[in-house]
Design a protein around this ligand. Sequence first.
Ligand code: ZN
Length: 336
Amino acid sequence: MKKNKMYHLVCGILIISVAASISVSAGTAKRKVKPVTRYNTAETAAATQAATQAQEKKTAVAQNGVYHLSENSKYRPYLWKNADGSAPDYKAYVFEPKVFNGHTVFVDPGHGDNSAPEANQKREKYYPVDDSLLKSMKTSMVGAKAYGVGVEARDSKNVYDKIETEPEFSLKVALKLKDLLINNGYRVVMSRTDFNQNISNGARSAIAGETSDIMVSIHSNTGKNSGTLSFYPGDSDYISGSTYPGYTNIMGLTKSNVELSKKLAENMESNITMTTGLKNKGTHSAVLRIFSYSSIPTCLVEVGFADNATDAKILSTKKDAIATSMANAIDQYFNK
Ligand SMILES: [Zn+2]
């Protein structure tokens, strides 16, 4: 993500999504999930919920493997625009498995080309709602301040072998994860498949909401620290240390989605750290742009610190293990 706390904020920046082309049956959505008591109650309830949610299938209508954000997305007014005010082509890439297991996963390789206009232009709102709604949240991010920089990333090479920047790392891991998931029967939607692609964080999340059941955003950290951090949406922001009362509610993030997001983040944290040896620095709630544009369970993982030699070596040499642990975390999430 970024170099400091503010950077984290910018990096994960909001997301919202559009309900437009999501085909969620009202009947299924309202179905009560009966908690099953075995192991940890909360964990099992979340897993049951996730499995149930799988039945609410989304129909990603892709043309030649490309999905375009729907024209009537409620997030469009808040998303990054071209310099002339026109809307860019917000698109993502869809990969179908041989036999679909009913779950679609949005894999977001954080960032992209830092020279892309999306990376630096202050054009996208942190919170995709009218400023007046943010009063109770006690945030100063309203008016002109509500518009953040795009998806700028750490572009210094890691300290271990000086080979990779953050966008390069996240893409390599994401492509491996995509292959693993497809082999396991998941449909995968990716915000980018190439280094040159770099749509805004809001657009990534908005498209995820239209196409997918869950979203995983992959990042690497800096800040002279060590270990893996996993984030999910919540009113309390671990990164800034502040609390934003009503944040999840104002953004339309349901209690169910917050709980499932936490479960997903916890799965990521435990699997990645157990598999790679990276230190477990915990699962925390955060207020990020990529969360604010989200209508589905979502998490953001800072796999390790690229400016720490021990972490950077793992980031550089253990990508298969990192991707495998993420795929296992997703399997666990869906109770497979
Ligand atoms: Zn990042």
